[in-house]
Design a protein around this ligand. Structure first.
Ligand code: DGL
Length: 270
């Protein structure tokens, strides 16, 4: 039988689609509903209180659609709002920071780990605290990359401009000796080839999104809410608070197996 209610995913924009792409691969029988708050993106420079309120509004929108589990597919929102949202809703809520941390701790050989993210995520020191609570002898280098999100949201993530911006921004990590780099923002996997090229092939990149879906899968089994394997044609819905045209362009380029036609939603009015 299974539980046919959808899994909800939220992000400030298109970044969480990197998590959804993994969900399509790892959870092929699950119905998915995605909401990107593109109109208010970026969340990175915003005060924590505001990010919490926006995350709450997105959560309420999806809870009204009867989702069975929520993924906060945004590091900035996970950093400040995960605990609050968990207290406010009756369904399991998964963030992206702990799964990425676990993967980094398992991967590093030389105990030099770097994390890149938005200003909000880096300021919260969430990765640093999480890594050091699991492995105190790890040296963590943290770097905010405020220009990366707009490169992705404006669909320029493979452009020459993106190459230049990524190379310049990552300069401070050049002599860090890191062997593991956490992409601590769900927008960054779209820049992955460029980032990998800049840091060199010897550095392992950790995509928190991919790790997160592994955790979702475990929780679906634990709460016995996984959909049954005979759900061969799962349903996917996409919502954005911004332009559906731009959202669909990026989503269709990034998600090669499905066709995305998003709907506009106005969260402040709802
Ligand atoms: N994708 C988001 C994250 O993982 C946030 C980007 C932003 O809105 O600044 O942090």
């Amino acid at each position: 039988m299974g539980n046919k209610h959808a899994i909800g995913l939220i992000d400030s924009g298109v970044g969480g689609l990197t998590v959804l792409k993994e969900a399509l691969k790892q959870l092929p029988n699950e119905n998915l509903i995605y909401l990107g708050d593109t109109a208010r993106c970026p969340y990175g420079p915003r005060p924590a209180d505001q990010v919490i309120e926006f995350t709450r509004q997105m959560t309420q929108f999806l809870v009204q659609k009867n989702i069975k589990l929520l993924v906060i597919a945004c590091n900035t929102a996970t950093a400040v709002a995960l605990d609050v949202i968990r207290q406010e809703v009756a369904i399991p809520v998964v963030g992206v920071i702990l799964p990425g941390t676990r993967a980094a701790v398992k991967t590093t050989q030389n105990h030099q780990v770097a994390v890149i993210g938005t200003e909000g995520t880096i300021k919260s020191a969430s990765y640093q605290k999480a890594i050091q609570s699991k492995m105190p002898n790890v040296k963590v280098y943290s770097l905010a990359c405020p220009k990366f999100v707009s490169l992705v949201e404006s669909n320029q993530f493979l452009s020459p401009v993106a190459k230049k911006v990524v190379a310049e921004t990552l300069l401070p990590l050049q002599y860090s000796g890191m062997d593991t780099l956490i992409l601590g923002c769900t927008h960054y996997p779209l820049l992955r080839p460029i980032i990998q090229n800049v840091v060199g092939s010897q550095v392992h990149l950790i995509d928190s999104g991919a790790e997160t879906v592994g955790e979702v899968s475990v929780l679906l089994d634990y709460f016995e809410i996984a959909n049954s394997i005979d759900n061969k044609t799962p349903n996917y819905e996409f919502y954005t608070t911004g332009s559906t045209k731009m959202f669909d362009e990026i989503a269709n380029e990034w998600l090669d197996n499905i066709s995305v036609k998003s709907k506009h939603v106005d969260l402040e009015r709802d």
